[in-house]
Design a protein around this ligand. Structure first.
Ligand SMILES: Nc1ncnc2c1ncn2[C@@H]1O[C@H](COP(=O)(O)OP(=O)(O)OP(=O)(O)O)[C@@H](O)[C@H]1O
Ligand SMILES: [Mg+2]
Length: 221
């Protein structure tokens, strides 16, 4: 039996530095979950940096690497959430080393803790989660209750999210099912392209396989 063909929005191809002009910003009443994917070194972080620096006054970045260096480094999650609790413009970054996992046994356990704390305490801010498949157990594992809460409840508290990953095939489906924007840089692995096709359509998958470095396809869902 032929599969039902669902019409999909056409991707818009832009340079990563144009992301601030394409994504919504600073509106904590607007639901936003941006999923940024693409192979290593294609320009994901550069695009996110342009967006957050010009458009986002309240921000928490959680990253396993020493990137996003222009965002002020916090000692740990407690420190960052405390600084953000006053409701003022405030940008903070927490680096979670993959070996020490913020004091937890695994990055996934740290992720559960992080999602729970953000759901309970973070208000009116953008939460940027870099290499998010390290924090959320990779597909096909089900999402933890803390992640489901953060995605479904966080939006009522003005928590907007921007998550990135080099490997869309490891991202849990909740991210794709709930995303408001897909920002796809070049992807060439067949399994990753299948994921792009299943959530954003064949046209987007064909487009992202051929993107030049620094360019991305933005799909607004
Ligand atoms: N639009 C662009 N044009 C040319 N070079 C770019 C562009 N955007 C980023 N770059 C350069 O490409 C390199 C990789 O960029 P970036 O770190 O943003 O990629 P990434 O996708 O985040 O990589 P990773 O997956 O390793 O985190 C950097 O040296 C950056 O300066
Ligand atoms: Mg990066």
């Amino acid at each position: 039996m032929a599969r039902l063909s669902i019409p999909r929005p056409a991707p818009r191809i832009i340079e990563n530095v144009e992301l601030p002009f394409v994504l919504p910003h600073s509106r904590y009443d607007v639901e936003q979950l941006d999923v940024i994917i693409g192979k290593k070194g294609q320009g994901k972080t550069t695009g996110q940096e342009h967006y957050i620096e010009t458009r986002e006054p309240r921000l928490l970045v959680v990253t396993p690497r020493p990137d996003f260096q222009r965002v002020e480094l916090a000692d740990d999650l407690d420190d960052a959430l405390n600084d953000l609790s006053f409701g003022e413009p405030c940008r903070r970054r927490v680096v979670v080393n993959r070996r020490t996992c913020g004091g937890f046994e695994t990055m996934h356990e740290y992720g559960q803790y992080l999602f729970g704390r953000c759901c309970d305490e973070l208000r009116n801010a953008l939460l940027v989660l870099s290499e998010v498949h390290l924090l959320a157990a990779p597909a096909p594992n089900p999402p933890s209750p803390e992640l489901v809460d953060l995605i479904s409840q966080g939006r009522h508290y003005g928590v907007r999210m921007m998550v990135d990953s080099q490997h869309p095939r490891f991202l849990q489906s909740i991210f794709f099912l709930e995303m408001t924007h897909l920002v796809a840089f070049k992807v060439t692995d067949e399994k990753d392209l299948d994921v792009v096709e299943s959530y954003a359509g064949a046209e987007t998958a064909q487009t992202v396989a051929q993107l030049d470095k620094g360019k991305c396809a933005v799909v607004t869902l």
